[in-house]
Design a protein around this ligand. Structure first.
Ligand code: ZN
Length: 187
């Protein structure tokens, strides 16, 4: 599973391809089909101001330094825990960027820590939009919960570890958490 899109200098999606349509159909989100996203601003698809700022600074870095940057993030489906890599690289024309999302690990979803998440969500706890950690009290906890409405949090933010822009450390952390899940069955 791999999808890509090209952003213009204003972060508008000017082309997209890969498994977009299969992915949109699988996730029951036909609005995410290629014909519906081309011409839109990427910002429309990014929840939370902190995450938007994180991405725009990454895009700026990539445009200025003309180097590629990649990081791992969680994007779970109701039936599956999924770990993706997002890679941003300079595009073919000035100001353009190519963004590639690739599924690197998946496994059957279980209700890992659901009770904690349900309580936290009801209490208005924010969730990290990159690693899915949820803020319980003063600390961030890495828990998996099916993306059901009762687990939806009041807002998205970035946990300190993801906002540190240390993709190597953050990648290690996400892999460790993903692989350490109780009785995980790897695909
Ligand atoms: Zn995080």
């Amino acid at each position: 599973m791999s999808t890509w899109y090209i952003l213009d200098a204003m972060n508008r999606i000017i082309a997209a391809g890969g498994d977009w349509n299969a992915f949109a159909a699988e996730n029951d989100t036909p609005s995410a089909a290629v014909e519906n996203i081309v011409g839109r601003s990427l910002e429309e698809y990014v929840s939370g101001l902190e995450t938007q700022l994180y991405l725009s600074s990454l895009f700026q870095l990539c445009r200025e330094a003309e180097t590629a940057h990649a990081f791992l993030y969680r994007c779970d489906a109701p039936w599956m825990a999924r770990l993706f890599q997002m890679r941003v690289e300079p595009g073919d024309n000035p100001g353009e960027l190519r963004v590639i999302h690739e599924l690197i690990r998946s496994r059957e979803a279980r209700d890992e820590g659901s009770k904690e998440v349900e309580l936290a969500a009801a209490g208005g706890a924010p969730r990290c939009s990159i690693c899915n950690a949820i803020k319980l009290g003063d600390a961030w906890h890495d828990v998996y919960a099916r993306p059901e409405r009762k687990f939806f949090v009041s807002g998205y933010a970035l946990c300190p570890s993801c906002s540190a822009h240390d993709s190597l450390h953050q990648g290690d952390k996400l892999l460790r958490i993903f692989d350490a899940a109780p009785s995980a069955s790897q695909d």
